[in-house]
Each structure stands twice: as C-alpha cells, then as structure tokens.
Design a protein around this ligand. Structure first.
Ligand SMILES: NC(=O)C1=CN([C@@H]2O[C@H](COP(=O)(O)OP(=O)(O)OC[C@H]3O[C@@H](n4cnc5c(N)ncnc54)[C@H](OP(=O)(O)O)[C@@H]3O)[C@@H](O)[C@H]2O)[C@@H](O)CC1
Ligand SMILES: [K+]
Length: 500
C-alpha cells in the first residue's frame, strides 16, 4: 500500500471528484459516514460526545459526523473553533445542513468559551486536518491544550490537529494527543514515525473509495506492507522440487557465551524454507549446535571461542554457497575482523549482515565499499547511528537511511516499530506487523536466519527483506497472542513462523 504526501492527498481528492465523478460535498459525506461506521462500532454505549470543528474541510467532516451521530441518537455537543474569518465551502454547506437538525452549535472565540470535558465523555477532534500549514496558536492552541488536559477518550478525524502529515513538528508545537486516529484511505507518513506515537494513538484507515488510478500512478518512495502485499511475494513450491532447489546457506554466527544466537538464527533459517544449511561456529559451539539443531551441518572453527573463518574439517569456500548470513553473536575479536576483511572481496552474491558484523563495518568503514551489491543489512537504530550519524528528527533519519542504501547499493532493514526496509533505489517499505514483545534478546538473530533462508531460495533481496520482515513480525504477533508481549521469547517467534 502506498503512503502519499499532503499535496498528493489534496490532488487525490480532486482527482476523485473529477473522475468518479462525485460532488465534493458527497465525498465529504462518504468520509463522514466511514468515520461514523467505525465510531458506532467502538463507542456503542452512546456517551456524551463533544465534537470540536475547525473551519476547513476537516471541520466540515466534523459537522457531517455530528449530524450523522445525531441521527443515531448520540448525545452530541458541537463546538466550532472560530480562529479565522472564513470557512471552506464544504464547511459552510454542512453547517447549513446541521442547522436544519439542531440549533445547538456553539462557537469558541476565547478561552472562556472552551467547555469543561469530563472523564466519561468522548471528544472528536476535527479542528485541523491535512491542510495544516503552520503551528497552532491562539484559540486553536488553547482548545487543543484543554482537550489534552481532559480525562476523556479522544478520537482524531483523519489526523490529530496540529500534526503535520509529512514534515517534522517542533518540540514546542501544541498537538492533539488522541487515543485513536481514524484516517481516510491511505496511511500518513506521520503515523509511522516513533516520535509521533502520542500524537497518533491507535490508528486505522477507513476506505472512502478515492480514485484508484491516481493512487496506482502516484510516484512515492514510501510504502506500507500489509498481508496482501506480503502474500503476493510468497513463492509457491513446485511439486517436483528437491532440497537442492532451495539453496544451501552458510551462517557465520556465535562466539563463546553467545552460541544461543547461532542456535536461534539456524533454527529460524530452517523454519524459513532453506534447502540445506551449514553453520560455522567457534569450536566451543560444535556440540551445542549439533544437538540443538540436528537438521543443520556444522563446521567448527579452528578457534575455540571466536570465528576466524578457518575450519578444522574440509569445507566449501564461502563464495560457493547460495548466500551467507553473518553477525549474530560473533563479537568483535580481531580474528573475526580479519575473517570479514578476507571474506567480503571474495563474494559476489548478496548476503545478510547483522549485529557485531555491522559494528565491525562501522569501525572499519573501508569495508562498506566491499559489500556485495544488494546485500541486506539489519541494524537497530543504535547500530544504524554508528554506521551514519545522529539525526535531529525521524524525517532526517529516513533521509539518512535512504542515502545510505543508495550510496552503498544495499538493502537496509532498520529494525523497530514499523521496521523500515530501504532499497538501493531510494524506496522505503514500512512493515505493519510486530509488537513490543519483539524487543527482547534473540529476535534479531531470528530475523537474520529468516532473511538468509529467503536469499538462499533465490528471492530478490528487496522482496526477501520486505517478506522476511513481515513474516518475522507476524510470527511475533502470533507468539504475543499466546504468551503476551511480556512472556514471549525469540524461540516462540521461531515456533510461530508460518509461510502460508
Ligand atoms: N483528502 C481527501 O481525500 C479527503 C479529505 N477530507 C478532509 O479534508 C481535510 C483537509 O481539508 P483542508 O485542506 O480544508 O484542511 P484543514 O486542515 O481542514 O484546514 C485548512 C485550513 O486551516 C488553515 N490552517 C492551516 N494551519 C492552521 C493553523 N495552524 N491554525 C489555524 N488555521 C490553520 C488553512 O489556512 P491556509 O494554510 O490556507 O492559510 C486552511 O484555511 C482532511 O484532513 C480530511 O479531514 C474529506 O472531507 C474528504 C476526502
Ligand atoms: K483532526
């Protein structure tokens, strides 16, 4: 699913009006109805609902929502925040329609007009929407502050008033802090960014049938991966396939004290469809790995505690494997750095790089130029910061991510809520699955195993990253259903992996 910017959203509105065709006021009615359908479902107990409207089309939506809720016998109070002398045409139209059914529209012009809001009430925020062009001030700001202080549930129409759709707010901006945001048709970039969490709450998209062809043709670097997108990427297996059809992966993982990372990545790799798996671990991990993961072949390194790339038994050169995954639990021993230094120039096919392998890259930046093209890097934000530089806000972080992926021609998976997959072409795919339970040791090792398996099977690296991150988050969601986000472990995530 695409994420469009504020200008494109405005153009999409116009394109729908011209091409469907539909009168602007009817499109607003459709949006209001979609909001009300959601609202009636979630707030069926008909508490007193205070609707705060601005003077633009977001306010127009609010007035239409008020009329539709009145028709459904909700106890409604309507407040129009009069911050400017002019209203939009569709606001005016809905104002006239509302006046036909109620004469209790109240106006907020000074702080004295702001009503008190009680804890058992619901607030609908329709003051400002995607047309926000400057920070809130004056009576708009005071009204937002009063709503934020109130103990009531708050539902934002389309986007919280005061929050920009696709550019950074400053730390002094006054913005609605909703419990829910109900947005029209497409997610907004602002919803996905960590710093905006309290200005978004739980968000949901409602379909208002905006012009599909416009959306299909609109250029954007931002995508949001949902189940249907991931399903399209998943390959079917041929009945006549054999284990040779799904590649032979090599995992270079583990060090003394961190053989668990090797076990987790190996088990996840096997659960993600790899044909054959060889795992190279320091000698101290040999018996553990052979016992814990009997499906994998094991190459003990000559070093007892760290990977050096030398094996005591006959082994294939790394370049002959379909792909390799390197990093989980390896540490930063000088011997391991030498292994990485010797290894990278011999490789031509994309590989997966995680954890301390990333930290070695950030400490020895000349290695970045040696990465095989289209390799997948999986940093969490701190690791990514070490690879680049600190950012002032989430938008700068996205720019940094895009620049890095383009410069080194790699796919970067920035892990976190809505993990972002940046491609060498400059696109960013945000993931929709996952939960805070995934912030626990070992889940990153699981992701490395998954991505290595997908590359071994011949998936294109961008598709592997988008699909793998989605499947990892989905497994996390299933594990959380069973154990709760507090009780789940990385092993539960592996057990919950499914590829259907
Ligand atoms: N897109 C779609 O498909 C659909 C969209 N719909 C709805 O339309 C909404 C967008 O409507 P909108 O464009 O009228 O913008 P909105 O935010 O209501 O008001 C803009 C006005 O506020 C002003 N203003 C700006 N900042 C301000 C500030 N800080 N303090 C005070 N004023 C400020 C601004 O002034 P200006 O920048 O022009 O000087 C302008 O006059 C969208 O969120 C959704 O709810 C649905 O109805 C149908 C389908
Ligand atoms: K709003």
């Amino acid at each position: 699913m695409k994420i469009l910017n504020a200008d494109q959203i405005r153009a999409l509105d116009q394109s729908t009006i011209q091409n469907e065709p539909i009168a602007p006021i009817n499109l607003m009615e459709r949006a209001a109805l979609a909001f009300v359908d959601w609202f009636v479902d979630h707030f069926s107990d008909k508490k007193t609902t205070k609707i705060f409207c601005g003077l633009g089309n977001n306010g127009g939506d609010g007035l239409a929502i008020a009329r539709l809720l009145l028709e459904r016998d909700y106890p409604i109070e309507i407040y129009v925040v009069r911050y400017a002398p002019r209203e939009s045409d569709d606001f005016m139209h809905n104002h006239r329609r509302l006046k036909l059914v109620t004469d209790s529209v109240r106006y907020i012009e000074s702080s004295d007009d702001i009503p008190s809001i009680r804890h058992n009430e619901v607030v609908i925020d329709a003051i400002l929407g995607s047309g926000l062009s400057r920070p809130t001030e004056g009576i708009v700001k005071s009204t937002i502050e009063a709503i934020n202080r109130a103990p009531a549930m708050v539902v934002a129409v389309d986007i919280a008033s005061g929050l920009y759709t696709d550019q950074p707010n400053t730390s002094t901006d006054v913005i609605i802090e909703p419990d829910y945001t109900i947005s029209f048709q497409l997610p907004k970039l602002a919803f996905i960014l960590p710093k905006n969490g309290r200005y978004v709450g739980e968000w949901q998209i409602v379909n208002i049938r905006l012009h599909k062809r416009y959306i299909d043709l609109a250029p954007t670097p931002y995508y949001y991966t949902q189940a249907r997108d991931a399903r399209l990427l998943l390959r079917k297996r041929d009945r006549f396939s054999n284990k040779g059809s799904f590649g032979h992966a090599l995992l270079l993982v583990g060090s003394y004290g961190k053989i668990g990372a090797a076990v987790l990545s190996a088990r996840a790799c096997l659960r993600s469809g790899v044909g054959l798996l060889t795992v190279q671990v320091p000698a101290c991990g040999y018996a553990i790995l052979q016992t814990a993961v009997p499906e994998a072949m094991c190459l003990p390194d000559t070093d007892e505690h760290y990977l050096t790339g030398q094996s005591a038994v006959d082994s294939l050169p790394p370049a002959t494997f379909s792909t390799l995954g390197i990093g989980p639990g390896i540490g930063k021993n000088p011997g391991t750095l030498t292994m990485l230094r010797n290894l990278l120039p011999t490789l031509e096919k994309p590989i997966v790089i995680d954890a301390d392998a990333l930290n070695l890259l950030s400490e020895h930046r000349d290695l970045l130029d040696k990465l095989p093209r289209n390799s997948i890097l999986t940093p969490h934000p701190k690791e990514f910061e070490r690879l680049t530089q600190p950012w002032a806000n989430d938008y700068q972080k996205l720019d940094s991510l895009r620049d890095f992926a383009k410069k080194y021609k790699v796919v970067v998976v920035l892990k976190g809520a809505y993990s972002a997959v940046a491609t060498p072409d400059g696109d960013i795919h945000f993931n929709s699955t996952g939960n805070p339970g995934l912030s626990t040791g070992g889940t990153g090792d699981v992701l490395t195993g998954i991505l290595t398996a997908l590359l071994a099977q011949g998936y294109d690296p961008i598709e592997a990253a988008v699909l793998g991150v989605f499947a990892h988050g989905l497994a996390g969601d299933k594990a959380a259903e069973k154990r709760g986000p507090v009780g789940m472990t990385a092993s539960d995530v592996i057990d919950a992996l499914s590829w259907t």
